[in-house]
Design a protein around this ligand. Sequence first.
Ligand SMILES: [Zn+2]
Length: 57
Amino acid sequence: MLYFKSCGRCGDGTVELGTDNFGSYLRCIVCGYTINSKSIRDEVDNQATRQTVNSNR
Ligand SMILES: [Zn+2]
């Protein structure tokens, strides 16, 4: 999944949602900025999607 112009560092980069052994991560394909799964889970948690967050621990 791609998020256009969603990079937290360069602001205009396309961010790719990927998965590895540790879970999901977001990576800007323009500048290489990476947000790890923990940050994503914190954000998801704030957005009230608690089920997937807690079941994966
Ligand atoms: Zn970027």
